[in-house]
Design a protein around this ligand. Structure first.
Ligand SMILES: Nc1ncnc2c1ncn2[C@@H]1O[C@H](COP(=O)(O)OP(=O)(O)OP(=O)(O)O)[C@@H](O)[C@H]1O
Ligand SMILES: [Mg+2]
Length: 275
């Protein structure tokens, strides 16, 4: 039995263009325990998406390592790589771009089942799709429809269903609600929070919005110009920031005190409190 973190990033460095140019990621260390919800915050251009791309092998780091379940993801081949591609799922920022407009919801959600040999026959697949759509709060009857007939929030639920149907151990979300109306952001965040609480799914959550991270994530890292300036328990980092940059982020978007927030009826960012 391994006891280390599910995801461990060490000394990760990534440059674009000249190797001596500015670093998109500069000596990044992160550790994400299994079963936790981990938040990564930082302003636009700080390197959040680049880090995610290095985690899921869409970019190759210049140096450093990404260990998933103790194994270097950039060294994976064959069967272990296929397993990694099932166990680590990504939910992208824009559900208008990430769903194939010519595929039905059933096809979109069952694709991963087929790719990973989890499919069984058509009836089994349909049953699994039906169940996961119900889990994310969509009517299974809608599975014959195309993405165009869904709202942004519903599309993001479809993207979450597609990610969850293959049974991932890590769900990586790159600003999953920033393209949505404020009124539906809270519904999608509450869905992720409920999945995390009910199933112990490990979540790596990237956001601009500190209030969302405060609501969802036990641990947070603050990224600035490719450097992690501060990390730790969210309550501690947001409640008593040690770094000037964290303070600036907090000042720019005041986040509600969790106790006051629970008592308040109209929260900033349309956030709902969790049950
Ligand atoms: N393919 C690329 N080629 C060149 N530079 C890139 C590339 N991808 C990212 N960068 C640069 O790396 C830096 C980090 O970009 P990244 O997209 O990771 O930031 P981010 O924190 O995700 O920003 P946002 O909040 O706007 O999504 C930026 O300076 C960006 O211009
Ligand atoms: Mg980004």
């Amino acid at each position: 039995m391994r006891t280390g973190p599910l995801l461990e990033v060490s000394a990760l460095t990534k440059t674009f263009g000249s190797i001596r140019g500015p670093r998109a990621l500069d000596d990044v260390y992160l550790s994400v325990p299994e079963g936790s919800a981990f938040g990564l915050v930082g302003e636009s251009g700080s390197g959040k998406s680049t880090l995610i791309r290095c985690l899921v092998r869409l970019e190759k780091p210049d140096s450093g390592s990404v260990l998933f379940d103790g194994v270097d993801v950039h060294a994976l081949r064959g069967q272990r790589l296929r397993q990694f591609r099932r166990e680590v799922q990504l939910v992208a920022q824009d559900p208008y771009a990430s769903l194939n407009p010519r595929m039905t919801v059933e096809q979109i959600v069952s694709e991963g089942l087929l790719v990973h040999g989890l499919a069984g026959n058509r009836a089994d697949r349909r049953e699994k799709v039906s169940q996961i759509l119900t889990d994310v709060g969509l009517d299974p009857e809608t599975m014959t429809r195309l993405p165009a007939s869904f709202s942004g929030g519903q599309r993001q639920r479809i993207a979450i269903a597609r990610a969850l149907v293959v049974g991932p151990r890590l769900l990586i979300c790159d600003e999953p609600v920033s393209a949505l109306d404020v009124s539906v952001q809270a519904q999608v965040i509450n869905l992720l929070a409920a999945m995390h609480a009910d199933t112990g799914l490990t979540i790596f959550f990237v956001a601009h919005d500190l209030a969302i991270v405060q609501q969802l994530c036990e641990t947070v890292a603050v990224l600035r110009s490719g450097v992690v300036v501060e990390d730790g328990p969210t309550r501690q980092v947001f409640g008593n920031p040690r770094h000037e940059y964290t303070r600036e982020l907090l000042d720019a978007v005041p986040i509600p005190d969790p106790v006051l927030a629970r008592q308040s009826r109209s929260l900033p960012s349309g956030l709902l409190t969790l049950p």
